[in-house]
Design a protein around this ligand. Sequence first.
Ligand SMILES: Cc1cc2nc3c(=O)[nH]c(=O)nc-3n(C[C@H](O)[C@H](O)[C@H](O)COP(=O)(O)O)c2cc1C
Length: 207
Amino acid sequence: MSRLLHVSASPRSAASESLAIAEVFLDAYRETHGDVVDHLDLWEAGLPAFGPAGAGAKMSVFAGEELSGEQAAAWQAAREVFERYDSYDRYLFSVPMWNSSVPYILKQFIDVVSQPGWVFRFDPEKGYSGLLQGKKAAVVYTSAVYGEGRPPAFGSDHQAPFFEGWLRWTGVTDISTVAFRPNLATADAETGRRAAHAEARELGKRF
Ligand SMILES: Cc1cc2nc3c(=O)[nH]c(=O)nc-3n(C[C@H](O)[C@H](O)[C@H](O)COP(=O)(O)O)c2cc1C
């Protein structure tokens, strides 16, 4: 049996488009799979900081040094977040666009779990290799101004390339996406919303 974790990055609860699309995906997923489905709401998760102690620990680990004190505590706190994440083999991410990129809480999650020996290995000759094998991800993207094909003044996409680049870097290369990017300049968001929900339902069934 697979285990699916929904990692959500919108703090907008009932007003959230990405959470609504994710729910449609999950309803369809639950109907067709008997799998475990859990939710990691990044805004409620109490993620540990990854600041001076965390960054210090990371560099110490790279240098092959033993950790102690604040660095050891920061490393352990990050490890717990990673272990929970790694215990799933399927992921659904719901990812709003914030200032062309992802909400900072998702970047914090990425900075906490992306450690050597956990999600990647580094070889001075071969470079990086991802350590998360046999997993797959579905990603829901939302934005309200940026959209593919719109003029540059509507913004640019540092959301999907950044996020999928991170997934691939960790070894998660089986990625499916649904995007809902209504153009606020046009009144009718409903047609695109319906299409995104239909896409999410189909993806949930066959994921
Ligand atoms: C802090 C913040 C920054 C945003 N930045 C952008 C942006 O750069 N480009 C864009 O197209 N939409 C932007 N938006 C609009 C959101 O992407 C849009 O409302 C989307 O539906 C948010 O996802 P959610 O409904 O799941 O919260 C921003 C919204 C917020 C709250």
